[in-house]
Design a protein around this ligand. Structure first.
Ligand code: FAD
Ligand code: SF4
Ligand code: SF4
Length: 461
């Protein structure tokens, strides 16, 4: 056992070099460091870490394999619960999940569970052989959307012998993993290999296929003969604040900004997609999306980038590591600050963000202290670009084109804990049901729904 009280450091690239390119920031453990970190685990009988993981990865077991040097064995254990370990090891908010409950965290830092998961998954990706295609059971299922929910559902069904076709609106599979989370945090090669693995299992992916336009959900069943449909369409519709000046030139939703940069590679010199390269960029919001947009703006050449967030640093919803990395990369945090107007010039170009300072009052329904405006605290942040990263809701297309599909007041699809919707044979999961959440929750929902679809089809027989 290794009694070191802090995690073995994760090698990262120099902040002032990496904030000018899109290559991955964290480099990952090598085998020796991973084995040392694994030896910090106490193999607690009650394993509280497992209870903190939304998909119950058997953490002490896979860590024991790493400590022994059986990296492929570690991957197999993780793979029993998670379909996307190379992704989750990188982007899960571990400090609020598995690592939050780690016993080693009581008198020091918890075991680096996410780092070890990433290590085992990366090892597997660089050493794995081709997967055998399962024998078909003759049943066909349609999956709408190729984000983590859709990919996990498709993979789980394919392993059970189903013939699965994924319909994806965009020209690349992966959902937010390719259009939202930037390359410097999650290399697209990792997502591509996960998708390739699914293709190896026999899953078909139809790109550029918007369900609700090309076919309705009803037509997928009635005319194309799919016995069940899984809706993993995410929550891609951005929210705005409704303040003056939001339609000015230089104002973007984080979704559009990140899609242009990540999916369309607008940062490359020969890209056909243009992007606005602001010199002073204000990003409104405090989640992962805001951090990603701010760090992308910096990499696109901005001299000053501000995160404008109405609560304090403790309440920032972004992963702690991302906040730390952003600050190292010279992103400035304007905390306890709320925008009230986007100021424009005579040509409707953004010139500043008018803000007020906030202070924290009594806790609200969410338990967090409510931000209250400080009277007379108005001030301006000079900016030529404003990016709104205030959360998203599901696109209404599926609801509008699917008669009888019940939704919640904010547009999320109503589904039970197994993903069953109000329509027979139609299941749903991920952000489309919960609103914007996390990769691991979306992936878990896709797997649960796959099991329910399996039972539904077996029940019909
Ligand atoms: P999505 O990933 O949104 O995938 C939905 C897919 O469905 C998309 O490909 C879309 O094109 C497709 N689609 C939609 N409508 C249709 C239609 N009608 N027909 C066909 N296809 C359709 N989570 C974390 O855990 N950690 C992080 O660090 C993190 N960072 C994030 C950073 C950003 C910038 C964003 C935007 C999100 C981040 N998240 C993070 C959240 C996480 O990515 C999402 O919770 C997760 O991707 C949801 O998965 P999903 O499969 O439900 O939906
Ligand atoms: Fe932790 Fe996420 Fe891995 Fe679960 S899937 S063990 S929460 S990193
Ligand atoms: Fe290991 Fe921490 Fe889990 Fe205990 S709680 S088994 S130390 S990872």
């Amino acid at each position: 056992m290794d009694l070191r009280t802090t995690k073995y450091p994760m090698p990262v690239r120099d902040p002032l070099v990496r904030n000018r390119d899109f290559e991955e920031v964290s480099l990952g453990y090598d085998g020796e460091t991973a084995r040392h970190e694994a030896q910090r685990c106490l193999h607690c009988k009650a394993h509280p870490c497992v209870d903190g993981c939304p998909v119950s990865v058997m953490i002490p077991d896979f860590i024991a394999k790493i400590a022994e040097g059986d990296f492929e064995g570690a991957y197999r254990i993780i793979g029993e619960s998670s379909s996307l370990p190379a992704v989750c090891g990188r982007v899960c908010p571990q400090e609020r999940q598995c690592e939050k409950f780690c016993v080693r965290g009581v008198k020091g830092e918890p075991v680096g569970i996410g780092r070890l998961e990433r290590f085992a998954a990366d090892y597997h990706l660089s050493h794995s052989e081709k997967t055998d295609r399962p024998v078909s059971n003759g049943h066909r299922v349609a999956v709408v959307g190729s984000g983590p929910a859709g990919l996990a559902c498709a993979g789980e069904l394919a392993k059970r012998g189903y013939e699965v076709t994924v319909f994806e609106a965009l020209h690349t599979a992966g959902g937010v993993l390719v259009y939202g989370i930037p390359e410097f945090r999650l290399p697209k090669e990792i997502v591509r290999r996960e998708v390739e693995h699914l293709l190896g299992l026999g899953v078909k992916i139809e790109m550029d296929s918007v369900i609700g336009r090309l076919y309705t959900v009803e037509e997928l069943k009635r005319e194309l003969g799919f016995e069940a449909v899984f809706l993993g369409t995410g929550a891609g519709l951005p929210r705005f604040m409704g303040i003056k000046g939001e339609n000015a030139k230089g104002v973007f939703s984080a979704n559009e900004y990140l899609t242009r940069a990540n999916l369309m590679k607008a940062y490359e010199a020969d890209s056909a997609t243009p992007i606005y390269r602001g010199k002073r960029v204000a990003v409104v919001g405090g989640g992962n999306v805001a951090m990603d947009a701010a760090r992308t703006a910096k990499r696109l050449g901005a001299e000053k980038v501000f995160i404008v967030y109405r609560r304090s640093r403790e309440e920032l919803p972004a992963r702690r590591e991302e906040v730390e990395h952003a600050v190292e990369e010279e992103i400035e945090l304007q905390l306890l600050t709320n925008p009230v107007e986007i100021v424009t010039d005579g040509d409707n170009n953004v010139v500043a963000l008018e803000c007020v300072r906030m202070e924290l009052g009594e806790p609200d329904e969410s338990g967090r202290r409510r931000p209250v405006v400080k009277e007379g605290s108005e001030f301006r942040i000079e900016a030529d670009c404003v990016i709104m990263a205030l959360g998203t809701s599901p696109n209404p297309l599926i609801k509008q084109t699917t008669a009888g599909l019940l939704t919640k007041p904010r547009g999320e699809i109503a589904a039970d804990e197994n993903g069953k919707t109000s329509l027979e044979g139609v299941f749903a999961g991920g952000d489309a049901v919960t609103g914007s959440a996390t990769v691991i929750l979306a992936m878990g929902a896709g797997k649960v729904a796959a099991r329910a679809i399996d039972e539904f089809i077996a029940g019909k027989e």
